[in-house]
Write a protein that binds this ligand. Structure first.
Ligand SMILES: [Zn+2]
Length: 323
């Protein structure tokens, strides 16, 4: 099956940004691997870099996909040496294929996020990382949901390492940011909040409930808002305001937005009903926090509409933050 996450998404966004006078677009810088190694395990990154080679060496044709997992009745932590076992160990879902250039694209995507994070460090009030593949489903040692390197987490860590003290990480993608949640679940220097389709009915199904509030030092620094099918902007934005109030009380000094556009009413794999014009309001509301803000692209699969929906969030944000 052709994946919903595809390259033409970028073309539509670039066109819409140009049409709405947003930009300029800048090419990414190259960052040392150490920034990504702070978020992902060494073993996982080695797997990502060698997967395609190992898959081919076994004589497989086509893209690498897992077929077996350490599931509930065989919950092993022993990492197999065979590529089929490694795929099952490092994959959290089965829809995401690995092909020849997957690892290179994932690293480039994290460089794009780091380039935008660095712009914030250099004093820009806001920046948008046009990152692909997305990142928020990737955990410290698992890929899935079209995500390999967790760009928002890597960027948040970079901000913490360069002068910021408290990151508010707002995930507005339709799907719960399970990877980001697990990465920061035991920490209080990143406050993670997500508004998403109830996992009882939506991917990733096994994380994203309201009861998940963090553990250890991170207890009380994780806020989930699972919402039902048909949720429109009015109900959605009430939850956004709650999250922003929480960030204010927390004393965040920088905002990172995992910007998924699959909350759109015509998205083919989601069930919220946000309209194109309402993305302007979403941007304005995010700007009301008055913090340096880093937007990082996540999902959004109504390809022909993703450009204007993305540009509207940024336009709304800029119109409010400049007033
Ligand atoms: Zn999504």
């Amino acid at each position: 099956m052709t994946p919903f996450e595809c390259a033409s998404r970028m073309e539509y966004i670039c066109q819409a940004l140009a049409q709405q006078g947003l930009g300029p677009l800048q090419p990414p810088l190259v960052f040392p691997r150490k920034h990504v190694e702070k978020i992902h395990t060494k073993g996982y990154l080695e797997f990502l870099d060698t997967c395609w080679h190992d898959w081919q060496a076994e004589g497989n044709k086509g893209e690498a996909m897992p077929t077996v997992w350490p599931s509930r009745s065989m919950p092993s932590n022993i990492i197999p040496t065979h590529i089929d076992g490694k795929l099952g160990y490092y994959a959290l879902a089965g829809e995401t294929a690995i092909a020849k250039n997957t690892a290179a694209a994932a690293w480039l995507s994290s460089d794009i996020a780091l380039t935008a994070a660095d712009a914030i460090v250099q004093g820009e009030a806001s920046a948008f990382a046009l990152s692909r593949p997305p990142g928020h489903h990737a955990s410290a040692d698992q890929y899935g949901g079209y995500c390999f390197i967790n760009n928002a987490s890597v960027a948040s860590q970079y901000l913490l390492d360069h002068g910021f003290n408290k990151v508010a990480l707002m995930d507005v993608d339709f799907h719960h940011g399970n990877g980001t949640q697990t990465i920061f679940y035991g920490r209080k220097d990143v406050y993670f909040s997500s508004i998403h389709g109830d996992p009882m009915a939506a991917f990733p199904h096994f994380l994203g409930h309201a009861e998940e509030t963090g553990h250890g030092e991170g207890k009380g620094y994780n806020l989930n808002h699972p919402l039902p099918k048909g949720t429109g902007y009015e109900m959605w934005s009430e939850k956004l305001l709650l999250s922003l109030q929480t960030f204010q009380q927390y004393g965040a000094d920088v905002l990172v937005v995992s910007l998924g556009l699959d909350t759109f009413e015509n998205d083919p794999i989601s069930f919220f009903k946000i309209k194109t014009d309402e993305y302007l309001q979403m941007g304005k509301t995010l700007a009301s926090l008055g913090l340096p803000t880093l937007f990082i692209l996540e999902g959004g699969y109504a390809v022909a509409d993703i450009g204007h929906n993305t540009a509207n969030v940024l336009q709304g944000f800029l119109s409010h933050s400049q007033n």
